[in-house]
Design a protein. Sequence first.
Length: 260
Amino acid sequence: MISSAHNPKILWVHTLQSKSRQRNQDNAFVIEGVRLAEEASQSDWKALLVFYTDELDLRGKSVLDKFIVAGVSCEKVTPQIMRFISNTSTPQGILAVIEQKNQPVKEAIEFLFIPDAVRDPGNLGTMLRTAHAAGCDAVFVPKGTVDIYSPKVVRSAMGAHFHLPILSLSWQEITANIEKYGLHVFLADSNAGKPYTMADYRQPLALIVGGEAEGAGIEAQKLSHERLYIPMPGNAESLNAAVAAGILLFAIVQQRTSLS
């Protein structure tokens, strides 16, 4: 059992939790909790290391057994050490280091989501979870948006990383892909363009939703073909970025479903 915070493995995980540079350098990220560990164990993503405590419930122990059978190195730690390496206030007794990888992208993308300049990790994670639920083919994340593997993003995404291609790309790469797939680009705007209920979503498309403070950046604006806004009868200044993304993504789903 590991009981020292100076253990090299413990120090490594602690650094992975707090520094995106370390995550990028080591091509690894951390997941926490029984639900995410279960998702990881059922996916084809490689687990590098698992930590657990005696506090695991039966469901958690079943997930741990899967990692053990798969030959993953599993280390028992004290509750104090689990709290030290955890990014949550109430750890569930299991934490895993997962190797980063890019999910393969379809040969024909018809529904792409681009969160631009989203700096709140909870918002980005919620957006990724929603994009997965809406059936997006992929998510392209430009520079200036929070790290897709930061702890709160991973936690809020609720397993979307294991199912949905989420790629961190430059605007040059994003533009090339937009042209390659022939996508019509919709840009969410606070008050310009047309009401989102009046748009035609039957074509292959990309939806860009900007961040909390200033919205989408110049590169996103250059790329857009059409702007959308969400009417707000209550005259609020703005919507939460993740809420706006949810409204627009499922407006697309609703129209395409009703027309299919």
